[in-house]
Design a protein around this ligand. Sequence first.
Ligand SMILES: Nc1ncnc2c1ncn2[C@@H]1O[C@H](COP(=O)(O)OP(=O)(O)OP(=O)(O)O)[C@@H](O)[C@H]1O
Length: 275
Amino acid sequence: MSLLDAENVTRFYGEFEPCGDCVDLTGPTHGRNQCPDCGTVVGCADVDLDVERGEVLGIVGESGSGKSSLAEMLALDLAATAGNVEFASYDGNLLDANYEERVDLRNTNVGMVHQHVRDGLNLEFTGGGNVAESLLAAGWRNFDEIRARVRDLFEETEVPVDRMDDPTDTYSGGMQRRVQIAKAIANDPELVILDEPTTGLDVSVQARVLDMFRRIQREQDVATIVVSHDLGVVRLLADRTVVMRHGRVIESGLTDRVMEDPQREYTQTLINSVI
Ligand SMILES: Nc1ncnc2c1ncn2[C@@H]1O[C@H](COP(=O)(O)OP(=O)(O)OP(=O)(O)O)[C@@H](O)[C@H]1O
């Protein structure tokens, strides 16, 4: 069985009652993600995907194609409109998990690295404090053991250990991203979700963060979903890739195949736009 198996994952946005035809009237064939009848925005619809243990799955697509909506639902940060997600550590549909179960799963089984640092870290806390928060949430109580684990995680993610007790808002963007990764992997989750892991970083810093994550991913064999509009990021990290457009998956396959022999014109356009 896959680590995660998602079917028909759908998310609507809007103030009005969906008319019932929103999915049929949106998507790549219509070139839009907003229902012309009722105004509902279809963030994503009917998304099927699976993630094997230890595998990296990339999700690419232009801005607004539904990548973050999908990632946030899988990270249990956003309620789904419909869908079924089987996850190895959960009995039942993951999308139906109640509040306590979500908190529990997020603390121990699913690590999330948010696109915006403020969504993932408390910048007034120390860097070490942010990582310790994850450990405390998972039940760690011994002060010395927590310090030692945070120190190890800083070393692992290449954050200077002597900055551990400094407020996180004094860290560089690259260091803050690394602290988010340290926090995400603190409790050895089975799945890590990286949402736009390089946004806002200089090119040289991006490369170092990606190299660091790739090393950790391989050493720990942790399954990862990496969401990015940047094909270079996905090409570097992902074994398999799904391409999204107007809220739908339009192509999927081994990353090398998708990049070298895209079956859809849109994928080809995406690739051409970065070459
Ligand atoms: N809270 C919301 N309320 C209304 N519409 C939303 C909301 N969040 C997302 N959307 C819409 O859903 C669609 C998909 O957005 P989403 O953020 O998932 O795409 P994305 O591919 O991650 O884009 P980006 O790369 O810009 O973050 C977009 O049209 C977006 O405007």
